[in-house]
Write a protein that binds this ligand. Structure first.
Ligand code: ADP
Ligand code: ZN
Length: 290
């Protein structure tokens, strides 16, 4: 009995087989090119386990259609990656394997991974935010991944611009939303260097924390999660964590009670495995529901 997992990312696909505890048994990574090519590798990988495969969990880059009653349920929808636009990823896997398929965002899957086996283990709610090329966030509330009419897109919330920040923002939809001002791409365009090369520039990370702290204030006020896990390439700059905690404290201004900030805002414990682990756990949940 094994569970399949697909972490579908904009640059790479990670596929894995896991056991009933969520542990990765075998994994492979393929570049995200076009569906005809990438999905062929995904299918070849799972074919080896076809006899034991119970279900597959897919955590995908988005936007995706997670509304069960929708005619395009299971599709990757309005992604800027043209080859994947309106692609029926769940349908393709279902046709190939005839097992139940769970489908959610990459960040919802990562939240499920962290709350079950990672930095928020034992809690009933947590958020997972990735600050990488873009910004995405998912959440688990009362043990369930957060979805409503669709899935949350918490990277695109509006934040107040810092009074000295003249960068216009680079979100193709909203210019200066959180992602447009604070994702890795925005840092690189604003400062003209790769984020990793700016490690010693305090101004960069103070400004970054200014935006992240506002987002965390909004998430805290709206969702009241027990823990917020922040991963993604940009957060490899660990000096940002204390700056974010300090600015969040100032913004909240004592209005609501938060957990101890050292425990509230943390890096992922599963590190780069949060997403793929969450996809295995999603497969397990999906099997139980079917
Ligand atoms: P993706 O978002 O594509 O899944 P990542 O989470 O690795 O991938 O994010 C890539 C972004 O993170 C890029 O903008 C890159 O410049 C930035 N980044 C990667 N490593 C670091 C680092 N050590 N310090 C700061 N920024 C980093
Ligand atoms: Zn946006």
């Amino acid at each position: 009995m094994v569970f399949g997992a697909v972490e579908a990312g904009g640059t790479k696909f990670v596929v894995a087989i896991g056991d009933e505890t969520g542990k990765v048994i075998k994994r492979e990574t393929y570049p995200t090119t076009e569906p005809g090519e990438t999905m062929k590798y995904v299918e070849q990988f799972f074919k080896q386990y076809e006899d034991e495969l119970e279900a597959i969990g897919v955590g995908s880059f988005g936007p995706i259609d997670v509304r069960k009653s929708s005619p395009t349920y299971g599709y990757i929808t309005s992604t800027p990656k043209l080859a994947w636009r309106n692609y029926d990823i769940v349908g393709a896997l279902k046709n190939a394997f005839h097992v139940p398929i769970g489908f959610t965002t990459d960040v919802n899957a990562a939240a499920l991974g962290e709350v079950t086996l990672g930095a928020a283990e034992g809690l009933s709610s947590c958020m997972y935010i990735t600050i990488g090329t873009g910004i995405g966030a998912g959440a688990v509330v009362n043990g369930k991944m957060l979805e409503g009419y669709s899935h949350p897109e918490m990277g695109h919330i509006m934040v107040r611009r810092h009074k000295h920040d003249r960068y216009t923002g680079n979100c193709p939809y909203h210019d200066d939303c959180l992602e447009g001002l604070a994702a890795g791409g925005a840092i690189e365009k604003r400062w003209g260097k790769k984020a990793v090369e700016l490690a010693d520039n305090e101004e960069v990370w103070n400004l970054e924390a200014h935006y992240i702290a506002q987002a965390l204030m909004n998430y805290s006020l709206i969702l009241s999660p027990e823990r917020i896990v922040i991963g993604g390439g940009v957060m490899k700059q660990r000096q940002v964590f204390p700056l974010v905690r300090q600015k969040l404290k100032t913004l909240i201004a004592g209005y609501i009670q938060l957990p101890d900030l050292e425990e509230y805002i943390v890096p992922p414990k599963l590190e780069d495995d949060a997403g793929i682990t969450g996809c295995i756990l999603l497969a397990i949940q999906t099997k139980q529901e079917n």
